[in-house]
Design a protein around this ligand. Structure first.
Ligand code: NAP
Length: 323
C-alpha cells in the first residue's frame, strides 16, 4: 500500500524528468513534435495564398521554398527587389511545374513605411483576389549593453519589429474578416519570452509582439481567423550581419562569436510551416537546450530570476559579478 502511494507520488516527477529529457534532445516544444507525427502535413496548405514579409533572405526565404514546394501561391516582400526575384526563381524551380510565373508575386515593401501598407494589400488583392495567410517575418536584431543604447535605436527596432507587422496586419484584416477566414503568423523569438542580456531593444520588441498578437487571437477567433506566434532560438541567417548596436546604423562587429551553434534555416522554416499548417497558437523552436532554458524561465520564474544573479550564470553571459 505504502509502496503503491510512493510510486503514484513519483509519477509527476518521472513525467517532468521525461519532459526535460525530451527538451534536451529535440529541437522544438512537445506540441510541435506531436503535430509532426499526427498533425496536418504542410501539403495541406497547397493552393493557399501566402504573403511572406522578409522573404529576401534567411527564415523568410526558406519558408517561401517550403511553401512553394507544396503548391502555395506566394507574395514575396522585403526591400531588396533583386533578392526577391532570385527567391522567386528558386521557388519556381523547387515547385517543378505546378506553379506558374503569375503564382508568385514579387512586391517590394519597406515595412516601416506604414502609409504604403493599404496600397500593398490592394495590389495583392488585385492580383490574387484573396489572402489566406500573412506571415509577418521581417525583422532586425540589436546588440549592445543597456546603458550604451540610444533611444533612437529602440524606436527603430520597435517600428520595424512591432509597429510594421501591426500596421500590415491591420491593413489585411478587413479582407480576412469579410471572408471569415484567414491566418496571421508572426515571427517572434525565444527572446520574446525570456530575457536576453545585451539585446534590450530586440528582446523588448519581441515581447511586445506577444501582447499585440495574443490580444488579436482573443478578439478574432469568432471570425475564424487564427494567430500563430513562432519563437525560434538561434538560426543561421543574415540576422547577425544586419544587426544594429546601440547607435543607429552602427553595424555589429564580431557577430560570429555570439552563437556557437545555430539551427539550420531549412529546419526552422519546416517547423514554422508545420505550426502554420496546424494553426498552432505558439511554438518554441530551437537547438537544445534553449527550449528547456525557456521552459525553466517561464514555469520556474522566480527561481530562474534568482539564478540570473548567481556567479555561474553571470559568467556564462559574460556579465560582472553582483557586488
Ligand atoms: N536568425 C535567428 O537566429 C532568429 C531567431 C529568432 C527570431 N528570428 C526572427 O526571424 C525573422 C527573420 O530573420 P532572419 O533570421 O531570417 O534574418 P535575415 O536573414 O536578416 O532576414 C530579415 C528579413 O527582413 C527583411 N527586412 C529588414 N528590414 C526590412 C524593412 N524595413 N522592410 C521590409 N523588410 C525588411 C530583410 O529584407 P531586406 O533587407 O531586403 O528588406 C530580410 O528579408 C526576424 O523577425 C527575426 O527577428 C530570427
Amino acid at each position: 500500500m505504502c509502496l503503491g502511494l510512493v510510486c503514484i507520488g513519483l509519477y509527476p516527477f518521472l513525467l517532468l524528468a521525461l519532459l526535460m529529457f525530451f527538451m534536451c534532445v529535440y529541437d522544438a516544444d512537445i506540441n510541435v513534435f506531436v503535430r509532426s507525427l499526427w498533425g496536418k502535413p504542410i501539403e495541406s496548405l497547397s493552393g493557399k495564398v501566402v504573403w511572406i514579409t522578409g522573404a529576401s533572405s534567411g527564415i523568410g526565404e526558406h519558408i517561401a521554398y517550403q511553401l512553394a514546394s507544396v503548391g502555395c501561391k506566394l507574395v514575396l516582400s522585403a526591400r531588396r527587389k533583386e533578392e526577391l526575384e532570385r527567391v522567386k526563381q528558386t521557388c519556381l524551380m523547387t515547385n517543378r511545374g505546378t506553379l506558374s510565373d503569375d503564382d508568385i508575386l514579387v512586391l517590394p515593401l519597406d515595412i516601416i513605411k506604414f502609409e504604403s501598407h493599404k496600397s500593398a494589400v490592394k495590389q495583392v488583392l488585385d492580383h490574387f483576389k484573396k489572402i489566406d495567410i500573412l506571415i509577418n517575418n521581417a525583422g532586425r536584431f540589436q546588440q549592445a549593453w543597456w546603458t550604451d543604447i540610444d533611444l533612437e535605436v529602440d524606436r527603430h527596432i520597435f517600428e520595424l519589429n512591432v509597429l510594421g507587422p501591426v500596421s500590415l496586419t491591420q491593413a489585411v484584416l478587413p479582407h480576412m474578416i469579410e471572408r471569415k477566414a484567414g491566418q496571421i503568423a508572426v515571427m517572434s523569438s525565444l527572446a520574446g519570452i525570456t530575457a536576453a542580456p545585451g539585446s534590450r531593444s530586440y528582446c523588448g520588441s519581441k515581447h511586445a509582439l506577444h501582447g499585440y498578437y495574443d490580444v488579436l487571437r482573443f478578439e478574432l477567433c469568432a471570425h475564424n481567423i487564427d494567430v500563430t506566434i513562432i519563437c525560434p532560438g538561434p538560426v543561421k541567417s543574415e540576422l547577425l550581419t544586419n544587426a544594429v548596436t546601440g547607435k543607429k546604423e552602427e553595424p555589429l562587429k564580431n557577430h560570429s562569436k555570439i552563437f556557437r551553434k545555430q539551427m539550420s534555416t531549412e529546419r526552422c522554416a519546416y517547423l514554422s510551416c508545420l505550426a502554420i499548417a496546424n494553426r498552432m497558437y505558439e511554438v518554441w523552436i530551437s537547438i537544445p537546450p534553449f527550449v528547456l532554458f525557456t521552459f525553466g524561465m517561464t514555469y520556474l520564474a522566480t527561481f530562474s530570476k534568482w539564478m540570473c544573479t548567481t556567479p555561474c550564470i553571470r559568467r556564462f553571459f559574460n556579465l560582472p559579478k553582483r557586488k
